[in-house]
Design a protein around this ligand. Structure first.
Ligand SMILES: NC(=O)C1=CN([C@@H]2O[C@H](COP(=O)(O)OP(=O)(O)OC[C@H]3O[C@@H](n4cnc5c(N)ncnc54)[C@H](OP(=O)(O)O)[C@@H]3O)[C@@H](O)[C@H]2O)C=CC1
Ligand SMILES: N[C@@H](CC=O)C(=O)O
Length: 389
């Protein structure tokens, strides 16, 4: 970057939903210019800036920053590491990459004296991760939780409020640019798991392996489940949860049944709401669009502007202990299981049950998250959700 002019040249990798949103948002920013765009196949927009060769970007000394918007692990990982090794700052919205390679990416940025930022990787347009690391600078973050997947929220909201069909609403979410290229990542909960890992890593100054965070998705939800919830004044939302438990972290993802008193029950369409509790500050909540072209592209450009303006981001600077393992054996609450009428279920945890429409609707006594997720894994098409107490 020319320090006198404070002008920053940017390369965008990938011209899909987020990449094209970032290109548009840059137009409203001062002293930022997109000078190269990596595409896999030519696109009609920004034709003069396109290249299909990453080396055109890595070897261009005039490019100060690379914005990775292609998604997935490979070749995004190699491109991002390569950019940092060539002295370029990196921003990304790619939660799959950040969740799986957090430490490696952080180390590479430090080693090469560049900034690596990833605010839109959890919460889309919400400056959640930026504020989470900020909150941790002089506080101990005790827990984080919330709705972090716009696609699932859109599906659940429209099933609840409009009685729409799951597959139809998922198609809409894809058309609106909310869903991942493989929407299984959204509806099976993996995208939320990744955002949970990234949030927990920043909150608790740790590195949690993805596969230690158990996940229940929304892909088996039926109109019958929604009818049951509506009759009982409950709203279903997919939530991530992570909290400090001594020298461990409890972290899990599950559909959650909320009363109207819960803030998350009022979160509609592609919006997210994500919250932290700090020992000093108490609860803080953040609300906004969690997916979509302009919210996410704009958040990415805010990261770029922060780098240009020298605003620090210190993911490892929070205070407090650094727990190293995930343990869900001490967190418990009641669960909802909707299973086939003929399916067996252990007697001991059942608190109440209804049988109708060929299904058993079971509410359990409080169960540990680890026991409930293990029990859920025995049923192929069951819908299982936790009750928020
Ligand atoms: N959509 C959203 O609301 C949000 C997305 N994200 C994340 O942002 C990232 C991008 O998502 P999104 O924009 O929705 O995805 P899209 O599929 O819309 O865009 C990805 C783009 O990258 C291109 N691409 C893929 N591989 C390469 C490659 N090797 N070289 C060059 N270009 C390539 C694709 O090209 P082609 O057209 O040829 O397929 C496509 O245009 C993902 O990590 C996603 O998880 C994060 C927050 C919100
Ligand atoms: N598919 C994701 C996109 C943003 O992260 C979502 O629906 O939230």
């Amino acid at each position: 970057m020319n320090e006198m002019e404070m002008h920053m040249n940017i390369a965008i990798l990938g011209l899909g939903t987020v990449g094209s949103g970032a290109c548009e948002a840059v137009k409203s920013a001062i002293d930022l210019e997109v000078t190269r765009i990596l595409v896999r196949r030519p696109k009609p927009e920004y034709a003069d800036l396109q290249t299909e060769d990453i080396d055109d970007i890595l070897n261009d000394p005039n490019i100060d920053l690379v914005a990775e918007c292609i998604g997935g692990i490979h070749p995004a990982l190699e491109y991002v590491l390569g950019a940092m090794e060539h002295g370029k700052h990196v921003v990304t919205a790619n939660k799959a990459l950040v969740s799986a390679h957090f430490e490696e990416l952080e180390n590479c940025a430090r080693k090469n004296g560049v900034q690596f930022r990833f605010t839109p990787s959890a919460g889309g347009g919400i400056p959640w991760l930026y504020n989470l690391q900020r909150a941790g600078r002089c506080d101990t973050i005790e827990e984080v939780h919330g709705i972090v997947n716009g696609t699932c929220n859109y599906i659940l909201d429209l099933m609840h409020t409009k009685g729409l069909d799951f597959a139809e609403v998922l198609r809409d979410a894809q058309e609106l640019g909310y869903a991942e290229s493989d929407p299984g990542a959204d509806i099976e909960g993996w995208d939320t798991q990744r955002k949970c890992v990234i949030s927990a890593n920043l909150a608790f100054r740790t590195v949690i392996p993805e596969d230690s965070v158990p996940v229940l998705g929304i892909h088996h939800i039926l109109a019958e489940d929604i009818a049951f919830f509506n009759e009982n004044g409950l709203t279903c939302r997919l939530l991530m949860n992570a909290s400090l438990q001594g020298d461990a972290v409890s972290a899990y993802v599950e559909p959650t049944l909320l009363t109207s008193a819960a803030l998350e029950s009022g979160v509609g369409t592609n919006y997210n709401m994500v919250s932290l509790t700090g020992k000093n500050v108490g609860p803080l909540s953040f609300y906004g669009q969690g997916a979509g072209k302009m919210p996410t592209g704009t958040s990415l450009v805010h990261d770029i502007i922060d780098i240009k303006d020298g605003i620090s981001f210190s993911p490892s600077a929070s205070t407090g202990p650094a727990p190293s393992k995930v343990d869900n054996t001490k967190t418990s609450h009641p669960y909802y299981f909707r299973i086939a009428a003929g399916a067996s279920f252990p007697e001991e945890p059942i608190a109440s049950e209804q049988v109708r429409n060929s299904y058993r609707y079971i509410t359990t006594k409080p169960m540990t998250v680890s026991d409930a997720h293990a029990l859920a894994s025995r049923y192929e098409n069951a819908f299982v959700a936790g009750y928020k107490e």
